[in-house]
Design a binder for this molecule. Structure first.
Ligand code: CS2
Ligand code: MN
Length: 356
């Protein structure tokens, strides 16, 4: 595995490449062209410039999170073919720049959802948190302004103002899209891009839905073992794979993550390993990474990744906000750095144990 941190790019991230380079064991970053809009083909010069910038700092560009998918593809409109063409152009540019992993999601309208971006824990740190009862009371129209107000001035991934200005229109677009249609539209998209992925050796890593159940009556399809296995067998190419996000899948306590890792095996192309704390059904806080501080067995998760031969990029995903840092919620430097060193320590112990 290759330990990485997510980096949003100069001008978008409060964290610098220089800082990331100084986190022990972190060798790479996962980044994106944060100012591109879904549906647009990424200019090759910009891909190369992004890669050069990362490499100049002594880091490896280990993959892209995300190349977002235009809603017409998710809804299955006739215009989807043109947006898939553009997606393919982006993949070609990435392949030519020797970038081989792309994380994306197939969630309608919203990316991840939280009810609180700054919940205080007893130690004075703040975390992202989810409470279904609160989400049920949210007026979707007002949600954007409350997210913006709590985002420390950063644009949250998946919550871009241009998209959220159209939120009513987006809901309307999805009104006839049920789980089955969404699944078929995902397969259509994947089948269309697989030849390009094969040509350039690009692994597609779908991110699970977060939380792992339908929200706002919108369908969600990447939520558990059976549904994910169905996707992996519907498009059986090795390049059609998964981002194993423990925090997203783990939002549902019925998801047994080590068991899922064994079931998906070599189709896991990217790992997000973080802990969450289950408070009640449909209610959880994000937690510090160590096993004893949350509800997930992070040791068992890392062991399952090791035992199945996982060799892709991994990142600590979100962290708490600690030591008075001001950063994008979930994406401060300090707690993610602690997470990265903790996960690296577990991996070293597991690896040395296996060698005897
Ligand atoms: C990420 C997601 O911050 C996060 O929660 O894990 O936003 C993820 O990047 C997207 O769903 C992938 O497209
Ligand atoms: Mn994740």
């Amino acid at each position: 595995m290759e330990m990485t941190l997510r980096w949003y790019g100069t001008g978008f991230d409060s964290v610098t490449l220089k800082q990331i380079r100084q986190v022990p064991m972190v060798k790479g970053v996962i980044t994106t062209l944060y100012d591109t809009v879904p549906g647009q083909a990424w200019p090759k010069e910009r891909i190369q410039a992004m890669k050069n910038e990362v490499e100049r700092s002594g880091l490896h560009l280990a993959g892209i999170e995300s190349v977002n998918i235009h809603d017409d593809i998710k809804v299955g409109l006739p215009s989807r073919d043109q947006y898939i063409e553009n997606y393919i152009k982006t993949l070609e540019g990435l392949g030519e720049a020797d970038i081989h992993m792309v994380c994306y999601n197939f969630m309608p309208v919203f990316d991840w959802t939280r009810s609180d971006l700054k919940k205080s824990l007893p130690d004075g740190s703040t975390v992202l948190s989810y409470d279904q009862e609160l989400v049920d009371q949210i007026d979707v129209d007002k949600m954007l302004s409350s997210m913006e107000a709590n985002a420390n001035g950063f644009t949250l991934p998946g919550w871009e103002p241009e998209r959220m200005a159209r939120v009513k229109e987006l809901f309307e677009m999805y009104k006839d899209v049920d789980e089955e249609k969404l699944f078929q539209n995902l397969c259509y998209f994947l089948r269309a891009i697989m030849p390009t992925c094969k040509k350039y050796g690009i692994n597609m890593a779908i991110h699970p839905d977060d939380p792992a159940w339908p929200v706002f009556n919108l369908p969600r399809i990447i939520t558990g073992k059976e549904k994910i296995l169905r996707l992996l067998s519907a498009v059986p190419d090795a390049e059609n794979g998964l981002t194993l996000c423990t925090g997203s899948l783990g939002s549902n306590p019925l998801n047994d993550i080590p068991d899922m890792i064994h079931a998906f095996k070599d189709r896991i192309h990217f790992a997000h390993v973080r802990n969450i704390h289950h408070l009640a059904p449909g209610k959880f806080d994000e937690a510090p990474h160590p096993t004893s501080l949350g509800s997930l067995d992070i040791y068992a998760i890392m062991k399952a990744l090791f035992d199945t031969g996982f060799d892709g990029p991994i990142r600590p995903d979100h962290g708490r906000m600690i030591w008075d840092e001001v950063a994008m919620p979930g994406y401060g430097l300090y707690d993610r750095a602690l997470g990265a060193t903790y996960l690296s320590g577990l991996w070293e112990a597991i690896e040395r144990n296996a060698k005897g």
